[in-house]
Design a protein around this ligand. Structure first.
Ligand SMILES: Nc1nc2c(ncn2[C@@H]2O[C@H](COP(=O)(O)OP(=O)(O)O)[C@@H](O)[C@H]2O)c(=O)[nH]1
Ligand SMILES: [Mg+2]
Length: 370
């Protein structure tokens, strides 16, 4: 059991959609009573939105997750007004909410270059403070990636994503038997008996080459980033996008989808994922499902069928593989409970991690006091 949870942790620990940081404005500089000199103010700490970064990059670059502004200069005979301490900037991705540790919103960053003060530096010493400087603000903050839904549907056109969303939820997405009918993400709400709601986004269909922006490529993939977990949907009997493109089995579809995500942003593949095998009402579906399960157990062996440039670097391991028929409703209730289980599990892991971090901070603080 211990080993199992360790494996899970490693698998799912990679995608970072929230981050807790310690920020501390710099202290002010000393004033100079003799000549009435003012100390410089301490540097502020800012969060600055940058298109090119991710929360994972921030986490990897600053494992201590501590950001402190520079101390203001003391007033001196040569410089009666002390210089301000240097500001500290934390680069963060666009589209985040910044909150205090207890959930109060400090602000949002929605465009490249937007900035937000998260800890003010202390004031330099002046006549009014008897030339004593003050300390900067110190607090924990949280950066949260803004989400469009709990789950995002990931599948090639015609896999049955729109039909599935209708079958599971109260949404009424447009359904048609040709590619790219879903132009905007359609959000469906799954309702549970205890009134819990889970949102699922139906995103424009993914096609081979989405990472190089074919079809709705980047738009689609950007949305995938904004969901907690992924719900892969494949047609049990495989698919063929157009008469010119080759036929793909359900297993190949899974690997191609994985590859597209990976090529766009490798982190995406480390999100928890579930696999829905749709259209189980079709003839031979049972045999195909058995075959698919066999292939998923041993993906390396079966991927020989794919050309090298379509093989993902890492094979996804799905938390659940759920056969359904969006048409008849077979398996839909079971799918809903699998989704619930997977999200609840992730929430529990998250809150445990935060709890442990707080405990660790408390322990190191009390250690310092002793
Ligand atoms: N036989 C069968 N057909 C389905 C099922 N789910 C969807 N379809 C059909 O597959 C086609 C594509 O479905 P749609 O939901 O639009 O797929 P999307 O492109 O992934 O959103 C439509 O003609 C649906 O009626 C299913 O469970 N069984
Ligand atoms: Mg659709």
């Amino acid at each position: 059991m211990v080993q199992l949870s360790r494996i899970c942790f490693r698998k799912y620990a990679n995608f970072v959609d929230n981050l807790r940081l310690y920020v501390h404005g710099g202290s002010g500089g000393m004033g100079l009573p003799r000549l009435g000199g003012q100390g410089g103010n301490g540097g502020d700490v800012w969060v600055v939105a940058s298109k090119t970064t991710t929360l994972k990059k921030v986490k990897d670059k600053y494992p201590q997750k501590r950001f402190v502004g520079g101390t203001g200069s003391n007033s001196s005979v040569r410089a009666l007004k002390g210089a301000k301490g240097t500001d500290k900037e934390i680069n963060a991705p666009v589209g985040i909410t910044v909150t205090t540790d207890d959930g109060k919103i400090i602000g949002e960053l929605n465009a490249d270059g937007e900035r937000l003060v998260v800890a003010k530096g202390g004031r330099g010493g002046t006549f009014h403070s008897a030339f004593e400087p003050s300390k900067g603000q110190a607090k924990h903050i949280r950066l949260d990636l803004k989400l469009i839904a709990d789950l995002g549907l990931v599948g090639f056109p015609n896999a049955g994503k729109s039909s599935l969303l209708t079958a599971m939820s109260n949404a009424t997405p447009q359904i048609a038997n040709y590619a790219f009918t879903t132009l905007k993400p359609e959000i469906g709400k799954l309702m549970y008996k205890d009134y819990k709601q889970i949102s699922v986004a139906d995103l424009p269909g993914l096609i081979e080459g989405a990472h190089i922006n074919k079809g709705m490529g980047h738009k689609f993939l950007k949305h995938v980033e904004r969901t907690k977990q992924l719900l892969f949907v494949v047609d049990v009997s495989g698919f063929q996008l157009a008469s010119k493109t080759p036929f793909r089995s359900a297993f190949e579809a899974v690997q191609l989808l994985t590859k597209e995500l990976e090529l766009f942003k490798e982190e995406l593949v480390s999100k928890p994922a579930l696999l829905v095998v749709n259209k189980m009402d079709l003839p031979d579906a049972e045999d195909r499902l058995v075959e698919l399960r066999e292939q998923l157990k041993n993906p390396e062996e079966f991927s020989d069928l794919l050309p090298d440039d379509m093989k993902p670097k890492n094979y996804l391991s799905f938390r659940h593989v759920v056969p359904v028929s969006a048409l008849t409703g077979f398996g839909i209730e079971h799918l809903k409970s699998c989704i619930r289980e997977s999200l609840d599990e992730a929430a529990e892991t998250d809150s445990k991690a935060i709890h442990q971090e707080r405990l660790k901070a408390l322990m190191s603080n009390s250690h310092k006091l002793l």
